[in-house]
Ligand binder design. Structure first.
Ligand code: SF4
Length: 275
């Protein structure tokens, strides 16, 4: 019965990133500021725009430039619904950035410092070219990112085809995936996990909560993201990020992301408005 069903379904596993995947290109990321929008006409409008976001991710600076911190976006959709002329959804798997500042759109990162960051990470993870072992730590997550991480093991994403495997032991881990807002109770175990991992190693903050603390930070119980607990190499926003976005962040950390298969390349070019 199962064999027949399998034969009928054929191969469902994506070939991404070796081949384009229509579904990967459609996956929704955090909100973004649309290119070519008009600046707010008055101080009142600027205040209204900032007040749209329950997570405080939208700001308007004195010259009237609208900025949206994708690392704080919980994808509630309020800004897109209220002002579709200014805000839209980013799409595609390439949502991750190599620096926290790189998540603020429009991106204004210095290309030289971005290239230096990429070079340092490349040099550090050069040895991780064959099988790579991943350790996941939940540092106060709501569970949504865990569903997406678990999906990496299903036949559609099949992370093993990329030579990546989850491990229960930090001693065997090369990459640390961290979810959650960085709860104070998990700060010690997270730090210990990081310290137990052998060199070279890389850390990925997975999801808006891990990047910036989300709606639950700062409080007595959370530390506003995991950046203050362990050094982060790749920042992946999204609430939650799609499995394709997590794959893309992993490939970015390992310098295995083919150009043209992720928005990070676009970020590097300073294109923050990706509808
Ligand atoms: S989608 Fe919601 S959380 Fe994200 S920037 Fe817009 S209003 Fe803020």
């Amino acid at each position: 019965m199962w064999a027949l069903r399998g034969l009928r379904n054929g191969v469902v596993t994506t070939r991404w990133p070796a081949r384009p995947d229509e579904y990967a290109a459609m996956t929704r990321g955090p909100a973004t500021v649309l290119a070519g929008h008009a600046a707010p006409a008055s101080a009142g409008e600027a205040e209204q725009l900032s007040g749209l976001c329950p997570a405080g991710a939208i700001t308007v600076d004195p010259p009237g430039r609208i900025r949206l911190d994708q690392g704080g976006c919980i994808q509630c959709g309020r800004c897109v619904a209220a002002r579709p002329d200014l805000f839209g959804w980013s799409a595609g798997p390439g949502q991750a950035a190599l620096s926290r500042a790189g998540l603020v759109v429009p991106v204004e990162e210095d290309p030289d410092s971005l290239a230096a960051l990429a070079g340092q990470l490349r040099a550090r993870t050069r040895a991780l070219r064959r099988s790579v072992h991943l350790r996941h730590v939940d540092a106060g997550s709501d569970g949504s990112e865990e569903w997406e991480i678990m999906a990496l093991l299903n036949p559609v994403y099949d992370i093993h085809r990329l030579g990546m495997f989850f491990t229960a032991s930090p001693r065997h881990a090369d990459v640390l995936l961290v979810t959650g807002a960085g709860s104070r109770g998990m700060a010690g175990p997270l730090r210990e996990t990081y310290e137990a991992m052998p060199h070279p190693k890389a850390v990925i903050a997975v999801g808006t909560d891990a990047v910036g603390g989300g709606l639950v930070s700062p409080t007595y119980a959370t530390s506003g993201g995991i950046g203050g607990i362990v050094p982060v190499d790749v920042w992946l926003p999204g609430s939650p990020p799609s499995p394709f976005a997590i794959l893309s962040a992993l490939l970015l950390a390992l310098d295995r992301l083919p150009s043209g298969n992720g928005g990070t390349v676009a970020r590097a070019a300073g294109d923050g408005a990706r509808p």
